[in-house]
Design a protein around this ligand. Structure first.
Ligand SMILES: Cc1ncc(COP(=O)(O)O)c(C=O)c1O
Length: 378
C-alpha cells in the first residue's frame, strides 16, 4: 500500500534530496546545540536575535498589563478578533503610510491567499522566477494566468509585458524585495516604472527585508522611499521580528477585497493574541533600537560579496553541498544544504544567513573551508 511512497523516498535518498527534521537540544543566542555539539547557527532567520531570546521575552511579559491568551479559538471573521489585532494593523498602516492592513497567520498564508484571490479569470500575474514557493502556490490556485520572468531581469519582464499585458484585464507584478535564497535585491525602481507604464499593480514581499532594511527597519521600499508606489507590501513577523504571522498593507479596497476573498485568511483560526501583542511590542519597543546593529550586519554581508545579510554559496551538485555541510558541522558551523526544487537544478547551495550577533571573526574559518568548494564548482 505504501510502496509508491517508499519508492519516492528511496529516490530522494539516492539523490541526496531526502529531508529530515533535526532534533536540536537548545538554542542560545547565535549558537545552536545538536548531539551536545555547540554550533554557530548560520541557518536562522532570527536576523535581530529577538526570537528565542529569554531576556526579550521576559521584558515583554513584564511590560504587558493585560494577560493575553495563547489561543484565539476562532477565525478573524468569526469571533477571533480582539482589540490588539486592530492595534497591530493600525500600527503597520501608520508606519507604511497606507490606508489599511490585514494580518495573516504566516507569510505562507499571506502569499497563498493574496495571489490566489486577487487574480481572477481574465487577469494575469507576472512573477519573478525565483519568487518564494508560497507565491507560486498562490498563483497556481488562482483563476488567472501567470507568467514567470527571468530572475531580477527587467528586460525579460518588459518583453512579457509587451507581449501579454493587453490580452488581460487586471495585471499584477509580484516580486520579493530581498530574495530569500539568493539574498539579492529586486530592482524596485524599475518595477515601479514598468508597473506604471503597463498599467499593472505591484505586489512586493518584504519577508526578508522587514526588520532589516531602512531607517525604521520597514524594508527596502522604505530605504528607497518607494512605499507609496507599491500597491501591496507584504512583511512577515516570523523572521527579523522574532514572532509569527504576516501582514499585507495597501489600499483600503484591496484589503477589504482580501478580507472577503483570501481563503487562507477566512478559513483559518487567528493567531494567538499573545503573539500579536508580542509582534506589536517588538515593533514599537525593540525595532527602533536596532539601526546600528542592522547597519553592521549588512556591512558584513557586503564584505562577503552580497547585497544583503543572506549569502548564497553556490556549490552545484546535491552531494557536494551535503558533504560540505557535514564538514562545516564538524568544524562548529550549522548550515543547511538548499537543493532543488527550492533552488534551480545544478545550483544546490549553502544559504548563509547572518544575524546581528554574528561577527566576521566568527566566520573567518568557515570562509577558508568553503573557498575550495566554490572553485571546484566553477
Ligand atoms: C519571501 C518569503 N515569503 C514568505 C515566506 C513565508 O513566511 P512564513 O515563514 O511566515 O510562512 C518566506 C519564508 O521563508 C519567504 O522567504
Amino acid at each position: 500500500m505504501y510502496e509508491n511512497f517508499k519508492n519516492i523516498i528511496d529516490t530522494l535518498n539516492s539523490n541526496s534530496h531526502f529531508r529530515t527534521i533535526k532534533d536540536f537540544e537548545k538554542k542560545d543566542k547565535k549558537y545552536i546545540y545538536i548531539d551536545r555539539k555547540k554550533l554557530l547557527n548560520l541557518s536562522s532567520n532570527n536576523y535581530l536575535g529577538l526570537a528565542d531570546n529569554q531576556s526579550i521575552t521576559k521584558k515583554f511579559l513584564d511590560s504587558t498589563r493585560e494577560t493575553y491568551s495563547f489561543g484565539s479559538a476562532s477565525a478573524r471573521l468569526l469571533t477571533g478578533t480582539l482589540p490588539v489585532y486592530k492595534e497591530l494593523e493600525e500600527l503597520i498602516s501608520y508606519l507604511f503610510n497606507k490606508e489599511k492592513t490585514l494580518i495573516f497567520n504566516s507569510g505562507y498564508h499571506a502569499n497563498v491567499g493574496i495571489n490566489s484571490s486577487l487574480a481572477s479569470k481574465g487577469d494575469v500575474i507576472f512573477s519573478d522566477k525565483l519568487n518564494h514557493a508560497s507565491i507560486i502556490d498562490g498563483m497556481k490556485l488562482s483563476q488567472g494566468k501567470f507568467f514567470r520572468y527571468q530572475h531580477n531581469d527587467m528586460e525579460s519582464l518588459e518583453r512579457l509585458l509587451k507581449r501579454e499585458r493587453d490580452n488581460f484585464k487586471t495585471a499584477f507584478i509580484v516580486s520579493e524585495s530581498v530574495f530569500s535564497m539568493d539574498g539579492d535585491i529586486a530592482d524596485i525602481e524599475k518595477l515601479v516604472e514598468l508597473k506604471e507604464k503597463y498599467n499593472c499593480m505591484l505586489i512586493l514581499d518584504e519577508a526578508h527585508a522587514f526588520g532589516v532594511f531602512g531607517a525604521k527597519g520597514l524594508g527596502v521600499c522604505e530605504k528607497l522611499n518607494l512605499m507609496d508606489k507599491v500597491d501591496l507590501i507584504i512583511g512577515t513577523f516570523g523572521k527579523a521580528i522574532g514572532s509569527m504571522g504576516a501582514f499585507a498593507t495597501g489600499n483600503k479596497i484591496l484589503i477589504d477585497y482580501l478580507i472577503n476573498k483570501a481563503r487562507s485568511f477566512i478559513f483559518s483560526t487567528a493567531l494567538p493574541p499573545i503573539n500579536i501583542a508580542f509582534s506589536k511590542w517588538i515593533i514599537e519597543n525593540e525595532l527602533p533600537k536596532t539601526y546600528e546593529k542592522r547597519r553592521k550586519m549588512l556591512e558584513l554581508g557586503q564584505k562577503l560579496g552580497n547585497q544583503s545579510h543572506i549569502i548564497p554559496v553556490i556549490i552545484g551538485t546535491n552531494k557536494d553541498t551535503v558533504d560540505l555541510c557535514n564538514i562545516l558541522f564538524h568544524n562548529g558551523y550549522f548550515t543547511l544544504p538548499i537543493r532543488p526544487p527550492t533552488v534551480p537544478e545544478g545550483t544546490s547551495r549553502l544559504r548563509l544567513s547572518l544575524t546581528t550577533e554574528i561577527e566576521f571573526e566568527d566566520i573567518e574559518k568557515l570562509v577558508e573551508i568553503i573557498n575550495p568548494y566554490i572553485n571546484k564548482s566553477n
